[in-house]
Ligand binder design. Structure first.
Ligand code: DON
Length: 319
């Protein structure tokens, strides 16, 4: 089957083919100097910029790793995918659609203007406003209970124990005034569903969860495998929610860079300012790239290039 038609034919590339393309992607972009570490969270500026890892996890549980795949980095906005999943699993998909909405903003991930321009809802679960609103929708009586639900489901997605990176959490908690403002704006118009400062703090903590590229790829692999962790074989979310998660990833995963990503890569994905990008090829595999330097929209330069190269080489675009 020609490379262009692999995805349409429903075939999973062989492990050998995946190893070859992952190694080639790593070698090709290893020395790329593009982008700059995030520095609006001071601790992120300190992470070594040269780190670069590429991991592929298939729905069969094969794990292909190249480069810096054992270094823990903060999950940041990649977390938003998994908290959205938690809320749907707990309360159904409609609550996300009705109370957060699923529309792209065409604006930066931390835009306040985007909330004000619309009907007051947070627009979608992946901009900061929507992610904070999503955290507020978790059913919990206390901050501890809310946090506990988040970390437990992340660990199920990853198939391993995860911990908050204390220095990142502290650094972001000391400087997250803009997110506190976003939460206040939402709460004021009845579009945040729990106490704003508490919700912002839980959200900040979820963004500070440490993952290595392999753990994040297993998290994505669980979505590629319709909600069942391909390594542990544990069911994490119902298969019926996976297309909703992937739809929101496709439309909003790169914020105001989502159109360009759809054009270049053609697979649902989510980025984080820690340098991670997790892409999902439905029913087949997940690809993670990790490299701290980011482009203007806050998306990892080398991770994007590596994933685009792998998708293109293997003909994995969903289009
Ligand atoms: O709230 C923030 O600004 C960060 N914790 C997460 C932002 C982020 O990762 C944007 N994505 N690329």
């Amino acid at each position: 089957v020609a490379a262009c038609c692999l995805s349409q034919a429903g075939e999973l590339p062989s492990v050998e083919a995946l190893e070859k393309v992952a190694k080639a992607a790593h070698a090709k972009f290893k020395d790329d100097q593009g982008g700059k570490n995030a520095d609006y969270i001071p601790a992120l500026a300190e992470v070594p910029s040269e780190l670069f890892g590429v991991v592929i996890v298939t729905k069969n549980g094969d794990v292909i790793k190249v480069g810096d795949v054992d270094t823990s980095f903060s999950i940041q906005s990649c977390s938003k995918v998994f908290t959205m999943s938690l809320v749907m699993q707990e309360s159904g998909e409609q609550v996300i659609y009705d109370k957060v909405n699923v529309e792209p903003t065409g604006e930066a991930f931390n835009s306040i203007q985007a909330i004000e321009e619309g009907d007051g809802r947070a627009d979608n679960p992946f901009v900061n406003a929507g992610a904070i609103a999503t955290v507020s929708l978790i059913k919990a009586k206390t901050a501890e209970e809310r946090w506990d639900k988040i970390i437990k489901i992340y660990e199920k997605f990853a198939g391993s124990k995860l911990e908050v990176l204390a220095d990142i959490y502290k650094s972001e908690a000391e400087t997250n005034f803009r997110n506190r403002g976003i939460a206040a704006v939402l709460y004021n118009s009845n579009n945040l569903f729990a106490e704003p400062l508490m919700v912002t703090d839980v959200y900040t903590k979820q963004c500070s969860v440490g993952v290595n590229a392999e753990q994040l790829a297993v998290m994505g692999g669980t979505l590629a495998n319709n909600g069942v962790n391909p390594v542990t074989k544990e069911k994490v979310i119902d298969a019926k929610y996976v297309p909703k998660v992937l739809a929101v990833m496709m439309m909003n995963g790169f914020y105001d860079g989502s159109g360009r990503w759809a054009w270049n890569a053609g697979v649902p994905a989510k980025t984080g300012v820690g340098g991670g990008v997790v892409a999902v090829v439905p029913n087949k595999l997940a690809i993670v790239g990790f490299a701290p330097p980011l482009d203007e929209q806050g998306n990892s330069v080398r991770a994007q290039k590596a994933i685009e190269y792998i998708v293109d080489t293997l003909g994995l675009s969903v289009f």
